[in-house]
Structure formats: C-alpha cells, structure tokens
Design a protein around this ligand. Sequence first.
Ligand code: UFG
Length: 326
Amino acid sequence: MILVVGGAGYIGSHINKLLNKKGYKTAVFDNLIYGHREFVKWGDFILGDLADIEQIRLVFKKNPIKAVMHFAALAYVGESVEDPQKYYINNVANTLNILRVMREFNVKFFIFSSTCATYGNPIETPIVENHPQNPINPYGQSKLMVEKILSDYNNAYGLKYATLRYFNAAGADPDNEIGEWHEPETHLIPLVLDAAIGKREDIKIFGTDYDTPDSTCIRDYIHVTDLADAHILALEYLFNGGKSEVFNLGNGNGVSVIEVIETARRVTGKNIKSVESPRRPGDPAVLVGSARKATEILNWQPRYFGLNNIIETAWSWHQKQQNIQD
Ligand code: UFG
C-alpha cells in the first residue's frame, strides 16, 4: 500500500488517481484544511494530521505501508514571509514526524514534493538540478530544509527518496473528475479562468517591466497529469533499486503571463479583460526548468505538452466546478 499524504489536494489527488489506475492500493492521509474530501475517489481515506505522531503510528500499525508520497504542505509564498513559523512547523517539523514513523516501521521509500522555489532567483536558464539553491522566501526554505534532511537520512538510515521539484503545476484531470481548487486562489491560470467565467472582472498582470520579450514574467507550466506520470516512474525507479535522486519536473518551455491570457482567450472564446498592475514582490522574471534528467533516468515523457492542452483541461474543470458551486 502507498500512503498518499496530502492526497486530497490538487496535485496529490491526481497522483492518487493514477496510482489506483495502475493497480496500487492507496490510503490518503489528509487533514482537509486545504484538501477536498470529494477529491479522494480512489483508495482509502484517513482524516488525520501530521502534527499528531501517535495518529501516524496508528496508520502504520493498521496498514502495510510500503512507500510514502508526501504532498501535504502549505504553499502560499506571501503568507510564508508574514508567518514563517507556520511554514517551518507544517512543512518541516511535521515532515520529520512522518519520517520518524517510517524509520520505526522500517519503511524505506519516500517521494517528496519539492519546488522550483528552492532555486530562488536563477542565474542560469533552463535550470538544472545542480543549479545553486538560494530560496528567497520561507516557503522555498522550508522545502529546501526537507531536501537536506532527506539526503542525511539516505546516508545514515538508507532512506530511498525521490525529490521532485515542480515548476508551475497546471491543468486538470483529462477525465474531468478532479482539478485545481485552492481557497484562496492565487495562481494565474485559475484566476484567468475566473475572469473568463465572469467570477472576477479582470485579470491583473503582475509586472509589465520585466526583462523578457513581452515584459511579463515567464514560467514553465507543466500538466498535473504529466506530474502524476513522473511520480509513478520515480516510485518504480526506487522499487527497482534506483538510488535516491532529485528531479526537476517542467517542460523546459517558457510561457509569459500575456501568452497565458491570450491562449485562455482563444480556448474559452471569452473576452478576458487584463489590467496592467505592479510587480508582485518576490516573483523571479523567468523560471524554466530542464527536465532532461527525468527524461533520461525515469524515461519520463510529458504527454500534455503545450499550453493549449493545459488550458483546455483546466477550462473543462473550471466550468464543471462553477456549475457545482452555482
Ligand atoms: N500572475 C499574474 N496575475 C495573477 C497571478 C499571477 O500576473 O493574478 C503572474 C505571477 O506574477 C507569475 C505568474 O503569473 O509571474 C505565475 O504565478 P502563479 O502564482 O500562478 O505561480 P508562481 O510562479 O508564483 O508559483 C509557482 C508555484 C509555487 C512556487 C512558485 C515558485 O505555484 O508553489 O512557483 O516561484 F513557490
């Protein structure tokens, strides 16, 4: 059985679905603070919190856990600057709890959700895995701390881990069963689609004075189903004796904020109003990752390459979600 911690959230729920489709038994462990119970349509569900180590022990006592996939983290960059303690407790201390119980029960396999935010302001693009890591906010720091802890646990205790550094996760399940749903929402694509559906008046473009071709920020958007594929490949790589590794998960393809909005206008057929606004503090101009290592070692091939695919699936989900809420 695979324990999917945070499997009721956006990314975790997509991986939980794919694990079940591939024949793995799963148990989702989630406190539902940001996750959604209705996203756990596959496997078992356990309501629980990583802050409670006795509760984690009970889960391991009752279930034959072979590996842990860990998606449970706070991920609001701005909030992490205002309240770093919250981030270090949730993202670092609580991760130590699960790692501690894994040691007690001799569970050796761990897949960790990390982020391109651990690189900080990149000095070279596309970013490769050994690019210097100098995060510029506590969120990125908290993820980097866990990365370092995993490396030490590997050396000392033989923990086998894969750290997956996501670039901008986007899109939704092509079967339209689950998708992106954050409260509050801060991500570009769902906000653009909110403007398309009329839930908000416009989309603010944060910064139109960057040193990029159209002067707006560039990101590497990667479809959540492609992320899910990479998680299964990483898990099987470890099961087959692969050594602990770190992988970037991106497309290697940079897209600007204006390009996202224009693609959304085409896909939705809606006249989405955009408004030039000041920069958002802490946004690097360009974040694009090289996925070469994941391609070479895991044989990962993104299937939903391209912004059209991403926005089409996100749009289907967004409309469905809106209908449910109405
Ligand atoms: N943006 C806008 N208007 C908005 C929202 C976003 O112009 O209303 C811009 C941002 O400035 C940025 C781009 O759209 O240039 C993407 O922003 P998102 O908030 O969607 O994503 P981020 O790149 O900020 O965040 C992602 C991950 C974080 C991670 C971060 C690393 O979601 O978890 O990359 O920088 F920390």
